[in-house]
Design a protein around this ligand. Structure first.
Ligand code: DAH
Length: 352
């Protein structure tokens, strides 16, 4: 090789052209191997020692006259490798995407996870069912406060002070004249005060009594009060209505019996029994072998009550009743401890 040979052909003891060829060949081999496009880019274009980078640096040593040719050759190498690397990178990106799509594949035809949905509490179920039965007979629902006055809870229901009926309902007093209602009967009075007959209402709600909790008692429980007032309601309407209701709620086979009783706000008063739903009247532990179970108190509205609300007792008659929702639920679902209704135990609640 004479001294006149172009510098870049002599540079480094190797002709630049040779170097370019070798780099290209090496790249061809590399690109068929296992190196990732990222590794290849580093090997050929790394900022310090990339093979193409070094060639570009060598260009600076080439005499100006030879630069255009040398520059063009190195540049062609650079463009060619870059294009190939771009292609390899695109290929590996789409392969990575394909792999990811496969790995994260979602089978949209699989059934979804069912979330458990709640349902009404058994006491709510019973209350709704009773409301439905009475609604079908033209009754509507009325509401009253749980904190009552002695007037509505007792006096207007014909239970004056010192009347023994006040003692029989052990009352939570808030003050001399305020209390937690012991029954839903005060809603009768409140409704009659604001409305003239005809009246057909039921009044569900919480009531409170100073009872110790046990299998059949709770200091807070729920009642439904019923009241019908019209011009010609008779004892037959009273009996027929309650019989219809009890058969609809328990079963058409249920027998209904009215026993004389006493309530201050009804006259005559009755306690109503149904034939035992556990032994069909034969006699068992639940009905204490009598074949009958007491389910509610009722009667014809006492004229004294009408006077408190300015209804003319000569013109209007009515009947009323009161029942415990827990008791109805216990009978309907064969629950032998009232406390289960208040414990929020899912093993119990899930059965309804
Ligand atoms: N208020 C009574 C109680 O809590 C139940 C009752 C009995 C309501 C007779 C009435 C009725 O309306 O006529 O024990």
């Amino acid at each position: 090789m004479g001294r006149s040979a172009p510098f870049f052909l002599r540079h480094g003891g190797d002709m630049l052209e040779e170097k370019i060829k070798r780099v290209l060949e090496e790249f061809r081999t590399d690109s068929k191997g296992t190196a990732s496009p990222q590794e290849l880019r580093n090997k050929y274009f790394g900022r310090k020692n990339g093979m193409v980078t070094l060639l570009m640096k060598e260009l600076q040593l080439v005499p100006p006259a030879e630069k255009p040719v040398a520059g063009k050759q190195v540049n062609e190498l650079k463009l060619a490798l870059e294009a190939e690397l771009d292609g390899l990178e695109a290929g590996s990106a789409s392969q990575a995407l394909a792999e990811r799509l496969q790995a994260e594949r979602v089978d949209v035809t699989l059934p979804g996870n069912r979330r458990p949905i709640g349902h009404s509490h058994p006491l709510t179920l019973v209350r709704s069912e009773i409301e439905d039965i009475f609604s079908s007979m033209g009754y509507w629902v009325e509401d009253g406060p749980e904190i009552e006055t002695t007037f509505y809870n007792f006096e207007a229901l014909n239970i004056p002070e010192h009347h023994p009926a006040r003692d029989s309902q052990d009352t939570f007093y808030i003050s001399d004249t305020l209390l937690l209602r012991t029954h839903t009967s005060p809603v009768q009075i409140r409704t009659m005060q604001k409305q003239r007959p005809p009246l057909r209402i039921i009044c569900p709600g919480k009531v409170y009594r100073r009872d110790n909790p046990d299998a059949t008692h709770s200091p807070a429980f729920q009642q439904i009060e019923g009241l019908a007032v019209d011009e010609s309601l008779t004892f037959r309407d009273f009996k027929g209505t309650l019989e219809y209701f009890l058969k609809a709620f328990f079963s058409q086979k249920t027998k209904v019996r009215f026993r004389p009783s006493y309530f201050a706000f009804t006259e005559p008063s009755a306690e109503v029994d149904i034939s035992c739903i556990f032994c069909a009247g034969v006699g068992c532990r639940v009905c204490k072998t009598s074949g009958w179970i007491e389910v509610l108190g009722a009667g014809m509205v006492d004229p004294a009550v009408f006077r408190y609300v300015d209804y003319d007792p000569e013109k209007y008659t009515g009947f009323a009743f009161g029942l415990g929702i827990e008791r109805f639920a216990m009978l309907k679902y064969s629950v032998n401890n009232i406390q289960y209704f208040y414990e929020s135990d899912l093993r119990f609640l899930e059965q309804f």
